[in-house]
Write a protein that binds this ligand. Structure first.
Ligand code: PMP
Length: 415
């Protein structure tokens, strides 16, 4: 973190720039996960840290065909700027993806974005004044925290159990915040196969959250990258579908159902909010990559996109089972973990005298990585938990990675 620290304690060349930095940069945070990526890219490291989809399962032949078709049919267009809100044909693909989860959307209400991450940033930019409260799950998606911090939001986290966000605690917090005169603008949630906890918000709780949003006058940002990556159980209706798009801003992405490298996501929001998001996007990057948008369109024209989702779901289901079995084999009996029915993550909680940030340093020496639970909180909670990903490594690596984690945990217990 850098900022305009006073008192002359900084070296002169740092001081010179520090004095020029905006005050809000003091509230900015970096994600340790992104920092960790430079370490986990080393081939000898087994990384259960990132949320990397298995892009190796995407057929290179199809990739080549897509590019060939763009080159022969739409070369000049693919190389050109596009409208800020996105291309009509890409929005039709988005409508298809949303309808696969029971949502109806008018393509006109969609803005195509540079990944889902940009949506979090643009929504915060449109809604958050310094000091406004953003409510999030505790634990929450670690990558969302820096986005809200950049706009100087106060993040309040509500506990999560096996049925997702605790609505009883939410109702209490809302009352307390109201009594303190604080303004809650937004509730940010990953309701289905949550990152990082892997849990899914029960339908009754979804309805209750919508009621509370109406009663207290805040919006909900429903972040749903994982809804279609379901390995068992029945689908859960998205908040957006339950609400009809009045209180809910919907965030979708192609990162997990296709590939994160294309950096393509989208947002659907009530018109007055969407208009501000659009203006924010104009300032941020003018438009989303036309090439990526045409890639998605060409892919949807040629392939059954759902068969790719089925393929990766089959792979991830096996990897999840491998991870769960390895945890049972290698972690001490005091450890607990969630059993996700979809998505990419398991949340493990160790005895509370173990600090997983310290544990990570030891684990890295054994060439294995995970995300320490602390990263998913702003208030110091999560110290004895960790997030494990099961999509980015094969089954053999998962077994070996968990064996190594088990070993460092045993060492820590023995200390
Ligand atoms: N939201 C959640 C919950 C995520 O897990 C991720 C990626 N890991 C994102 C948003 C951002 O993804 P992208 O920008 O690739 O769409």
């Amino acid at each position: 973190m850098s900022g305009g620290r006073r008192g002359g304690s900084l070296p002169p060349q740092v001081e010179r720039y520090a004095r020029l930095l905006a005050r809000r940069t003091q509230a900015m945070r970096s994600t340790a996960m992104r920092d960790l990526m430079s370490i986990t890219e080393r081939p000898e490291v087994i990384s259960l840290a990132g949320g990397l989809p298995d892009t190796a399962s995407f057929p290179p032949r199809v990739f080549a065909e897509i590019f060939e078709s763009i080159a022969s049919e739409a070369c000049a267009r693919a190389l050109q700027y596009g409208p800020t809100e996105g291309l009509a044909e890409t929005k039709r693909c988005i409508r298809e993806v949303m309808s696969a989860e029971g949502m109806r959307v008018d393509p006109q209400d969609v803005i195509v974005t540079t990944g889902g991450q940009q949506v979090i940033d643009l929504v915060a930019r449109a809604l958050v004044d310094p000091g406004d409260v953003v409510i999030a799950e505790g634990p929450t998606y670690p990558g969302a925290i820096p986005a809200f911090c950049s706009y100087e939001a106060e993040i309040v986290q509500i506990s999560v159990d096996d049925e997702g966000l605790r609505v009883d605690e939410l109702a209490e917090q809302l009352e307390q915040l109201r009594a303190l005169g604080k303004r809650v603008k937004l509730l940010y949630t990953v309701p289905t196969f949550q990152n990082p906890a892997g849990v899914t918000l029960a339908t009754g709780r979804r309805r209750r959250i919508l009621e509370l949003a109406r009663e207290y006058g805040f919006l909900i940002l429903e972040d749903n990258p994982y809804g279609l990556l379901r390995y068992e159980g029945e689908p859960t209706t998205p908040l957006f579908a339950l609400d009809g798009g009045e209180q809910v801003i919907y965030l979708g992405t192609f990162s997990k159902i296709l590939a994160p490298g294309i950096r393509l996501g989208w947002v659907v929001a009530p018109t007055p909010v969407r208009e501000k998001i659009n203006i924010g996007k104009q300032a941020a990057d003018l438009c989303t990559s036309t090439l990526s948008q045409l890639m998605v369109h060409a892919y949807f024209e040629r392939q059954r996109w759902r068969s790719y989702v089925e393929l990766v779901s089959t792979i991830y289901r096996r990897r999840r089972d491998t991870l769960l079995n390895a945890l049972a084999e290698h972690l001490p009996p005091e450890a607990t973990w969630t059993v996700p029915r979809g998505g990419l993550f398991v949340w493990v909680t160790l005895p509370d005298y173990i600090d997983t940030t310290d544990l990570l340093a030891r684990a890295l020496r054994e060439n294995v990585a995970f995300v320490p639970g602390e990263q998913a909180f702003v208030d110091g909670r999560g110290k004895s938990s960790m997030r494990l990903n099961f999509s980015g490594c094969d089954e053999q690596q998962i077994r070996e990675g968990v064996r190594r984690i088990g070993e460092v945990v045993e060492e820590q217990i023995a200390l």
